[in-house]
Write a protein that binds this ligand. Structure first.
Ligand SMILES: [Mg+2]
Length: 402
């Protein structure tokens, strides 16, 4: 007890980032569009007032708000500002945990609400992005507090009275880590608000929602169970993927997407210094079907050739012929740190493959991402020509892309 945790969350982050470099967007109804330019993935508060929601296609959004300004997303720029935000936060706290591109938790021991205001002001002045801040006795409470103060709020949930105000009447679905399914399980017991959850019998919560639910119960009661950590927990998986710019039926183009996502995945594995032992592929089809296949690799690997071959095999196993694939995700699982990985008795590292990987990495670091890439990606020349595709939210280091 006695710990103070802070949570900091940027307000309409992507829009705020666009406003940093395009000042004229301030005060306007601004929407940020996803990679194919079809859906609104972020919106300003001015745009929200017109009833436009995240995920809405642009053709539905425009009639609601004809004066809206839409911009294409640029995750590379958002990551730059994300890192600047963290740098400022680190001046105020010894422990800052990167939680997502626009959110951090921090150790706020010794910090008063006035200090939190100063931090909020510093981020606005130095980075240009408005954030909301929450201070509380646990991570779960701090996150609830910051979201209750949006936009540009600074909410302390320290002290009984403030805590009561935060939890009373707030739906349990607002608790991060408590899925809608869990909320449905709680409803028959009359647990619908955060306050009711906190007051509920702990053993009942454990029975209904297992240990994870019990952890949240403790957190809501002001006992910090989830630590704030500087170094992110070891990742369970790394994934790359996204929508395929329309429905893909051409097998060469599909193989090209497999190659592109494999190359991005290899970058991720390199960056984290890990091999993977298992690969999962998820394909979504135009007819609404979803197929998921998994393969165990012959050796723990991070080589393009090994992963690409496995990914192509998984793709073919989904029988995509003529169905129109709209979305693809590749997930590397069973990760092992490279320094710990053991070679099998019969594994012979292929020196030629290794050399190709080094050349590829070196050239791309010098000349630009994807400057040297697999010949299998040739059918995607149009995708590589569009600069907006050079960087995706999954490519942001530390971001879990789900
Ligand atoms: Mg945010």
């Amino acid at each position: 007890m006695g710990r103070i945790v802070g949570h900091l969350d940027a307000d309409c982050f992507y829009v705020s980032c666009e406003r940093v470099r395009h000042g004229s967007l301030r005060g306007l109804a601004v929407g940020v569009l996803g990679n194919q330019g079809a859906c609104v993935i972020a919106k300003s508060y001015e745009m929200r007032a017109f009833g436009i929601t995240t995920g809405m296609p642009i053709w539905d959004a425009l009639p609601l708000c004809p004066e809206a300004v839409f911009v294409k997303r640029d995750f590379q720029w958002y990551e730059v500002l994300s890192r600047r935000m963290i740098e400022v936060a680190r001046r105020f706290s010894p422990t800052v945990e990167y939680y997502s591109i626009d959110e951090v938790f921090f150790d706020a021991g010794g910090m008063t609400p006035a200090d939190a205001r100063t931090l909020q002001r510093a981020i606005l002045d130095e980075v240009g992005v408005p954030v909301s801040v929450g201070l509380a006795a646990s991570k779960t409470l701090a996150k609830l507090a910051s979201s209750s103060g949006k936009p540009f709020g600074c909410v302390s949930a320290l002290g009984e009275e403030r805590l009561r105000r935060l939890l009373d009447g707030r739906p349990v679905e607002k608790i991060t880590g408590l899925a809608r399914r869990s909320a449905r399980r709680l409803a028959p017991y009359g647990i619908r608000t955060c306050a009711e959850f906190a007051r509920a019998d702990r053993r009942l919560i454990r029975r209904l929602l297992t240990k994870r639910g019990e952890d949240l119960w403790w957190e809501l009661n002001g006992a910090a169970v989830l630590p704030v950590r500087d170094v992110p927990a070891l990742r369970k998986n790394i994934s790359r993927g996204g929508s395929l710019a329309g429905a893909v039926t051409d097998p060469d183009r599909l193989a090209a997407w497999v190659a592109r996502n494999t190359e991005r995945l290899v970058e991720g594995l390199d960056r984290h210094g890990v091999f993977c032992e298992r690969l999962t592929l998820i394909l979504t089809f135009k007819d609404g079907g979803v197929d998921q296949r998994r393969a165990t690799l012959p050796v723990a690997a991070a080589d393009f050739a090994v992963l690409y071959e496995a990914a192509v095999r998984l793709t073919n196993a989904c029988r995509p012929q003529g169905r129109g694939v709209t979305y693809m995700r590749l997930i590397a699982e069973e990760l092992t740190a490279r320094r710990h990985a053991q070679l099998g008795l019969f594994d012979r590292p292929d020196p030629r493959q290794k050399a190709v990987a080094v050349v590829k990495r070196t050239i791309n670091e010098k000349v630009g991402r994807f400057a040297l890439r697999s010949g299998a990606t040739l059918p995607l020349a149009d995708v590589y020509r569009d600069e907006a595709n050079a960087y995706d939210v999954c490519d942001i280091y530390g971001k879990t892309c789900f």
